[in-house]
Design a protein around this ligand. Structure first.
Ligand SMILES: Cc1ncc(COP(=O)(O)O)c(C=O)c1O
Length: 503
């Protein structure tokens, strides 16, 4: 027997009894599967003392053990999800997740890969998913890409590359010093992520030119865009980028991407597409697919899998037509990151050269699992089905005397509200309906401002929704709209609506 080592070693974090850990994990997996299986009985609910008491960390100096941690997570945390796993969830723009990606999350956590670089399985999976996505969006073989948290982060990276393209590679070190002011153009109603990204890349959100939209299509008005660009040039401002939105966060509007691509080519501007959810119309049936005609001509596309590809949060992607431009914008390899000819330290190219993150998780696996398990045809049918459900919701709204459609439904977003002429009164009622529905524990709608009033907004990016969920939602809204004044939710105790128990 060798002598015991003289160091006093704390035990590792591994379980002393692996069989016990296995049983705990299996039991937790059972509870997760059961929650998803019975999800209709588990709509969003307000956080209560059960969770707050269970998560207190005041006594965390000494560990409470794996059993206790698992019980608090499964027993007290799991029920308080954010609602988007429920089939009646249509708020904001959020996806549902899926079981293949859930298993992928477990496997990715087991591998605990750092996908910033080096030579290991996860980076090959990420490259393969990016290759598939580039093909799906009609981008050339020169396309680069990187998984990020979401479209907001992808937009920052895209605008950094666009800025560098405009100012030259020296601007990486010199920043904006000495350059003329740069301007970016995006349609009225485009996402706030664009202004934030402009702030972060040093250009400033004041240089975001808001382009009016065409009243008929809701997409960017090309004549107005041309006029704004010409005005800026005349004033000594340098236009550098146009952002086309595929599916706006307000009413789900689509800009005319093909025409924008032509304009950008003519004017020498970077063409970025914010396709956070709407890019996936690319795989839908006609007529929805044509909403994104021209996306294949973009210099960069920001999109999410956690919205309309039903993959668990967080999961966004930046695609860039010119991989060399992406590398020129971000590559930085100090000596401690030099790559090797072979071995674990090989495996060029490294993803840390395609964005800002060096330490990166294995997001691509849950996308790979989703694509491989269900196939593009099934996912496409769900995307198309969501568009059909939104059109069905619009028909139900139009047929209800208490309700009024706020904007034409173009893809899977339906905005509507009470049929009341006074904007203030209508806004108050629509806002109260949204909160009351949430507090009832049935369907979830959010609100947006449109046509001078607050309206209800359903964004259907939900693989679980069926027509009867739309019926239940519209019936519930009609019931509230008929009730004057509407009960304010503050006075409404949370109770799962009867619709939550549907099979
Ligand atoms: C059109 C649009 N752009 C950008 C974003 C921001 O995306 P993310 O939340 O993934 O950062 C969203 C989010 O809803 C969006 O709808």
């Amino acid at each position: 027997m060798p002598d015991a080592h003289p160091l006093a070693e704390p035990p590792s974090l591994d379980p002393p009894d692996w069989e016990h850990a296995r049983a705990l994990l299996h039991a937790a997996a059972d509870r997760c599967i059961e929650q998803l299986r019975d999800i209709r009985a588990h709509p969003w609910r307000p956080v209560d003392a059960r969770l707050l008491d269970a998560i207190r960390l005041d006594a965390a100096a000494r560990g409470h053990g794996l059993d206790d941690a698992v019980e608090r997570m499964v027993g007290a945390t799991l029920p308080f999800h954010s609602g988007n796993v429920h089939p009646g969830f249509f708020g904001w723009v959020q996806g549902t997740g899926n079981v293949a990606a859930l298993v992928a999350e477990l496997i990715a956590a087991t591998m605990n890969s750092n996908c910033g670089g080096r030579d290991h399985g996860a980076v090959y999976v990420e490259r393969e998913v990016i290759r598939w996505c580039a093909g799906c969006f009609g981008l050339p073989d020169t396309t680069g890409g990187v998984f990020v948290s979401g479209t907001s982060q992808a937009t920052v990276l895209a605008l950094a590359a666009a800025r560098q393209q405009a100012l030259g590679d020296e601007s990486r070190r010199g920043g904006l010093s000495g350059s003329v002011p740069l301007a970016l153009y995006a349609a009225d109603g485009s996402h706030s992520a664009i202004g934030k990204a402009l702030e972060l890349v040093g250009i400033g959100s004041r240089m975001l030119r808001t382009v009016p939209v065409d009243a008929g299509t809701g997409g960017m008005d090309l004549a107005a865009l041309a006029a704004l660009v010409a005005d800026d040039r005349a004033a000594g401002v340098r236009p550098f980028c146009v952002v086309g939105t595929a599916g706006s966060a307000g009413v789900g509007a689509f800009d005319p991407l093909d025409e924008l691509a032509t304009f950008c080519t003519r004017e020498g501007l970077w063409f970025h597409v914010d396709g956070a959810y709407g890019a996936w119309a690319r795989i839908a049936d006609p007529p929805w697919r044509s909403l994104v005609n021209g996306i294949e001509r973009a210099d960069s596309i920001a999109l999410d899998f956690h919205k309309w590809m039903f993959v668990q949060y967080d999961c966004g992607l930046l695609l860039m037509r010119d991989e060399a431009r992406q590398r020129a914008t971000f590559a930085a390899r100090p000596s401690y990151l030099e790559s090797q000819q072979a071995g674990l330290g090989g495996g060029e190219p490294w993803f840390c050269d395609y964005g800002t993150d060096l330490s990166r998780g294995f997001r691509a696996l849950k996308v790979w699992a989703t694509l491989h398990a269900y196939g593009v045809q099934h996912l496409a049918a769900l995307v198309t089905g969501n568009c059909r459900l939104a059109a069905y919701m619009a028909r139900r709204v139009s047929a209800a005397p208490e309700l009024r459609l706020a904007a034409p439904v173009r893809s899977s977003v339906c905005c509507f509200g009470v049929a009341v002429d006074d904007d203030e009164d209508a806004s108050r009622q629509n806002a109260a309906i949204a909160v009351t529905l949430q507090m009832q524990g049935g369907c979830v709608l959010s609100t947006t401002r449109w046509g001078g009033r607050t309206v209800l907004r359903a964004a259907i990016t939900n693989q679980r929704t069926r027509a009867h969920d739309i019926d239940a939602c519209i019936d519930a809204v009609r019931e509230l709209a008929a009730r004057r004044p509407i009960d304010f939710a503050e006075a409404t105790p949370w109770r799962p609506a009867p619709t939550a128990k549907l099979p």
